[in-house]
Design a binder for this molecule. Structure first.
Ligand SMILES: Cc1ncc(C[n+]2csc(CCOP(=O)(O)OP(=O)(O)O)c2C)c(N)n1
Ligand SMILES: [Mg+2]
Length: 677
């Protein structure tokens, strides 16, 4: 069914700064119309929730319109970047789309912009750089930084808009993002929506008495000020000047907007915790009636009445249309987890002659090739510039490709990963090095909840390579030695490669780079300098997504990856020599998605399975491999599968302890010999 035609008062979604002084009343009436739309729609959404027609919960923006409506009207929707919060429904309405489309999101029906995979206000408009929110407060700030930077790199004079509440102001991501924006000099307007409460927690329990959040700006080297967002006209003028300034200076700016949350935290909130008279005080400051009274006093009552009537009828008509849309179809959910495979990039057949290199150098070569041939590529990470990275993988790249494309990041894994996600959403393809895989736990939300879920919930691709120097055996202790493969891959939406040779590492970086999804590249630190081998252009580089059948044998099928490939290979030599028993040996290479066809075929022949990995045993990657292969191959198996892994402990420091902690050639031989009986 066709969408109802919006009334004329909604015809314009833009407001220029000059209009506020030269054509003030028309500008203010435009603001009023969108405020009234947002308020009425928010109220109706609450009704529909209470009638059971909307599920989950709804968090209204009632009281926040004096901020979000002028801001969204003033933004340049053809260039700017935004990520609205749960109080910003009015912003969504202005940024793009028809009210029916937004209602479809709330009804979670077949036409929902998130395909009903996300609820209430968790949608965006990626074609127009409105980045959808995830629930995790603070997580979207860095995404806005990345997409805004990407816009600037493409020559667009964009401004980024990002929001957080008085509660969200306490999260680490907020601090990391403010610092990062200032450091990189990004044109981002940070807006604090201070409505005095975070759910039931008052600001007095959020930060120390006397704290004024906007004053934090100076600590980050940026300008900041506060506004009273219940005074819509003043708020519009202050926002207009701020946006112009950010656009012109390319410096970030922090505004603390004193705003209101008139309907409590969410639909179910009883507001019992409010102090006596507080609620009445909020209502007395409600921006909408105040603004209406100001316009009525200027003689605009007839227009205001007409706007109210037209919008009321429009909203009801839209609700009826959206209510009639069918329920969503579960078909296609699994296929949508990952962005579809991309065509191979037109790589040059270089290096044509083999280079005799270590794995670290092979990865360096792959970076060099990508930076030389792919203008959208960027390399970032701690100490990866002049220093060349903790493992010297990126050595020389800064010198050859410049600081704009190869740059150090501050010690802020979460915001830097969020920033990389933002870059990836807008046509850049970042490769981010974590100094040690262990530090990626600082970015777990960005990796597993944000990047990994993006395609499923929005249809947008996040082509992002996260390089993780991994593994133990080097006396680095608990926090520089871990295998985090099964930790991350317990979450859906992430691909992962784990090469064991220099050529595979070279191929893996190219394959990961051209994939349209977040790809974890596990690089075992013990392999970085385990001898030099020939590496050259390999047109079959995408085979890295398949297991490599390294040895043929008939006694058992051994599945392993990473450094363990070499230990397993040595063990296989031993068994061939001492026991005259041979193994089919597979280097898995791709941990996600799993490709097990050749391994199943092998098992059908050998009837015995051995899985070896360096990660811990319990909930380790082997648990999944053994479970899956046993489920599928149970009647082919002649013995219980053997799982060889590290102990269920933190990685111990001293060599004598670490030697016992993780599999060694000797312990692998012992375990297999015992298992063979
Ligand atoms: C990191 C994180 N922790 C907890 C929550 C649960 N939660 C959702 S909204 C909210 C309160 C947020 O308060 P504030 O930032 O002031 O925004 P407001 O809702 O007042 O606009 C909380 C605790 C969350 N979404 N994210
Ligand atoms: Mg709040």
């Amino acid at each position: 069914m066709a969408f109802p035609t919006p009334p004329a008062c909604l015809a314009q979604r833009n407001l220029r700064t000059a209009e506020l002084s030269q054509n003030t009343d028309a500008a203010l009436l435009r603001i009023y119309a969108w405020m009234h739309l947002a308020r009425t729609a928010d109220n109706r959404i609450l009704d529909l929730f209470r009638q059971g027609l909307i599920k989950g919960t709804v968090t209204g923006g009632q009281g926040n319109e004096g901020l979000i409506i002028p801001l969204a009207l003033l933004a340049d929707k053809t260039t700017d970047v935004v990520s609205f919060t749960h109080r910003d429904f009015g912003g969504h309405l202005i940024w793009g789309g028809h009210l029916c489309e937004h209602l479809n999101q709330y009804f979670a029906n077949a036409h929902s912009p998130t395909k009903a995979r996300e609820g209430n206000i968790h949608h965006g408009d990626l074609a127009n750089r409105s980045l959808p929110m995830i629930s995790h407060l603070g997580a979207m700030l860095s995404n806005v930084l990345g997409t805004t930077d990407s816009q600037r790199r493409f020559g667009k004079k964009a401004v980024g808009f990002t929001f957080f509440g008085d509660g969200g102001s306490s999260t680490g991501d907020i601090h990391e993002s403010l610092n990062l924006a200032s450091l990189l000099s990004l044109p981002v307007l940070f807006v604090i929506e201070n409505n005095k409460y975070a759910y039931s927690t008052p600001v007095s329990e959020q930060f120390a008495p006397g704290t004024e959040l906007w004053k934090r700006a100076s600590g980050y080297g940026m300008e900041g000020f506060s506004i009273d967002a219940t005074d819509t006209e003043a708020s519009a003028k202050a926002l207009a000047a701020a946006i112009d300034k950010v656009r012109a200076t390319s410096r970030p700016l922090l505004i603390e907007a004193h705003t209101l949350r008139l309907r409590g935290h969410a639909a179910y909130d009883t507001g019992d915790y409010l102090l006596s008279g507080e609620s009445e005080g909020f209502l007395a400051r409600d921006p909408l009636p105040k603004f209406r009274a100001r316009l009525a006093a200027a003689g605009h009552s007839p227009q205001l009445d007409a706007i109210d009537a037209e919008l009321g009828a429009f909203i009801e008509a839209c609700i009826q249309i959206s209510l009639a849309v069918p329920r969503p179809d579960p078909a296609g959910m699994e296929a949508d987890l990952f962005a579809p495979d991309s065509a191979p990039l037109p790589w040059k057949a270089e290096p044509a002659t083999p280079q005799h290199v270590t794995m670290a150098q092979a990865l360096g070569l792959a970076h060099r090739k990508i930076l030389a041939e792919r203008p959208e590529s960027l390399v970032l990470g701690q100490d990866i510039g002049t220093y060349g990275g903790a493992f010297k993988v990126t050595e020389g790249l800064l010198n050859d490709f410049g600081r704009a494309r190869v740059f150090n990041t501050p010690l802020a894994e979460s915001a830097c990963t969020g920033y990389a996600i933002g870059l990836a959403l807008n046509g850049h393809r970042p490769i981010e090095e974590f100094q040690f895989a262990d530090f990626s736990t600082e970015a777990v939300t960005q990796i597993t909840q944000n990047a990994a879920t993006y395609h499923f919930r929005s249809g947008a691709a996040v082509p992002l390579v996260l390089r993780l120097p991994t593994g133990g055996g080097l006396t680095f202790g608990s926090f520089h030695s871990q295998e985090l493969d099964s930790f991350f891959l317990a979450m859906p939406g992430i691909k992962a490669l784990y090469p064991s040779t220099p050529q595979d590492a070279f191929n893996a970086l190219l394959a990961a780079y051209e994939d349209n999804n977040p790809v974890l590249l596990f690089e075992h630190k013990g392999l970085y300098r385990r001898g030099k081998f020939n590496v050259s252009w390999d047109s079959h580089y995408r085979d890295i997504w398949q297991p490599n059948h390294l040895r043929t044998g008939d006694y058992a099928t051994v599945v392993t990856y990473g450094e363990m490939v070499h230990l397993a290979s040595d063990a296989a030599d031993y068994f061939a020599a001492e026991y005259e028993r041979t193994f089919d040996l597979f280097d898995l290479r791709a941990l996600a998605p799993l490709q097990l066809d050749t391994i199943r075929a092998s098992l059908a022949r050998t009837h015995r399975l051995i899985v070896i990995h360096e990660g811990r045993r319990t909930h380790g990657f082997g648990a999944e491999l053994v479970a899956r292969l046993t489920e599928e191959m149970f009647f082919d198996l002649e013995a219980a599968p053997l799982r060889i892994a590290s102990l269920d402990l933190p990685v111990p420091f001293a060599p004598e302890l670490e030697h016992v902690f993780r599999p060694t050639k000797e312990s692998i031989i012992d375990r297999i010999a015992t298992w063979m009986g």
